[in-house]
Ligand binder design. Sequence first.
Ligand SMILES: Cc1cc2nc3c(=O)[nH]c(=O)nc-3n(C[C@H](O)[C@H](O)[C@H](O)COP(=O)(O)OP(=O)(O)OC[C@H]3O[C@@H](n4cnc5c(N)ncnc54)[C@H](O)[C@@H]3O)c2cc1C
Ligand code: FES
Ligand code: FES
Length: 523
Amino acid sequence: VRFLLGDEPVTITTADPAADPTGTLLDWLRDSKRRTGTKEGCAEGDCGACTVAIGRPALDDAGNPTLRYEAVNACIRFLPTLDGCRVLTVEDLAAPDGTLHPCQQAMVDCHGSQCGFCTPGFVMSLFARFRDGAGTPDGAVPGSIDDALAGNLCRCTGYRPIVDAAARMADIAPTDLVAGQDHLSAGDRAAARTLATWADARTIDITGPDGRRFLAPADLDSLADLVAAHPEATILSGGTDVGLWVTKQLRVLDTVIWTGRVADLARITNEGPHLRIGAAVTYTAAHGALAALYPDMGELVRRIGGRQVRNMGTIGGNIANGSPIGDTPPALIAAGALLVLRHGAEPGGAEQRIIPLEDFFLEYRRQDRRKGEFVEAVLLPKPEPGLIYRAYKVSKRFDQDISAVCGAFALTITDGIVRTARLAYGGMAGVPKRAAGAEAALTGRPWTEATVRDAMAALAGDFTPMTDMRAGAGYRARVAANLLYRCWLEAQGGVETRLVGAGALPVEALAVEPVTGEVGHAG
Ligand SMILES: Cc1cc2nc3c(=O)[nH]c(=O)nc-3n(C[C@H](O)[C@H](O)[C@H](O)COP(=O)(O)OP(=O)(O)OC[C@H]3O[C@@H](n4cnc5c(N)ncnc54)[C@H](O)[C@@H]3O)c2cc1C
Ligand code: FES
Ligand code: FES
């Protein structure tokens, strides 16, 4: 495993104490490297105190090698998954002469820090945003700032000064910001060259001091071979679930097979009537393509976790983990997605199964994944013209929260008659599930409010939701029905149903007085 910490090359080999397959980047930074600017708050990807920036080789607009940075949560990021990256922490940001980075200076100028515990994490999120070009004046719109910072929590300062700091960055170093350059940019070019010389196609196979093993193949066939040979191993993608098994449940994973080096799994390609999404495509990488085909699917994905979680978590992991409240399965099921499962490598031993995504979910946390098999891709049908598609997430907080109920609907209507209806829900059963009764109540019937109300009533026969900390059973049942009604209202047009996100009213159209005067301490 080879990566750069700032400008320092790091190599991890078998029996190195850092070769623990599930050791976190956060612990290593703090305990081994004494980079204690990176903080531990929640150790589960929720608070952003541990945010660092990870740069991967890419080409700039002129075709020169550079790095593209993303903010990630170091607390749930296993150290060996940094192979091939440049890691920057808050200690890297100030220039060698001590001049603060614009992200830091803006936080100082806007009083964006009090106890300071959250500050390095906010600064690193701002840095990643700055480096992906969103720090330019054009990018400094409130929506995108909120989006970049939704994965960072502050308990003292209130968000207003921090959001001000994000907006202020454009005033502090306009030339640099417009160019997207800072004192670290030159190092990026050198780092990109170094990382390119390190890249190779061999499987990473390191064993920690206690005999636990980390495997990271570089191609699909090697992955298939390894998963078939080690059916008991934990497949690791973004680690936004698996990371918590380790940090919260203290599980000991003996063999970990990481999918993050397999380029084929990280691709989105057109395949006839389908968009093929490799299992290791992150939410961030998938967002644009999904939003272009199904705007509501894009909006749903934008609301998964914070930016740091979306930069790591994958569509394949969201499916494979079989959670009844995962957000992408209902959205994909409603759209008619297929799942590609693979066992073994070619030639001779390869076996591929393609199944409707809904058939993958057998019962609570039990999926149709055979021994030695893994999720290779999702095939998402491109929508037919005229398809009505809506996906809604209902959660206690708007951003960075898990769904209480998620509803996704795809309807074809011609001559006023519902020809096809696919309705899928999350949070309503032990698995993401279609609403067969409600679909039957719609199909072949006139697309009228009476029909929709019949389908809403039929949902009572489709689901017996449970009460848990996210929502009561009665609430879930009512929300599920009302989401269908909302879909109907939106399809009629003229009724505004959203305040933010895709399909929302423009801000200036909202009949709300602007907030003036003092804004409360809590922001
Ligand atoms: C702070 C936070 C907020 C979150 N918010 C949301 C949210 O709003 N909505 C939501 O739906 N989820 C949310 N999640 C959950 C998480 O992001 C998803 O479940 C994520 O998609 C898992 O993907 P991953 O790549 O991180 O998977 P991993 O954690 O790497 O793996 C998850 C599971 O899938 C298996 N797996 C992974 N890849 C494969 C494969 N190719 N083949 C077979 N098995 C595989 C793993 O073995 C494991 O069982 C949140 C998580 C965190 C930490
Ligand atoms: S410590 Fe809270 S997100 Fe990592
Ligand atoms: S300044 Fe104290 S938590 Fe943010």
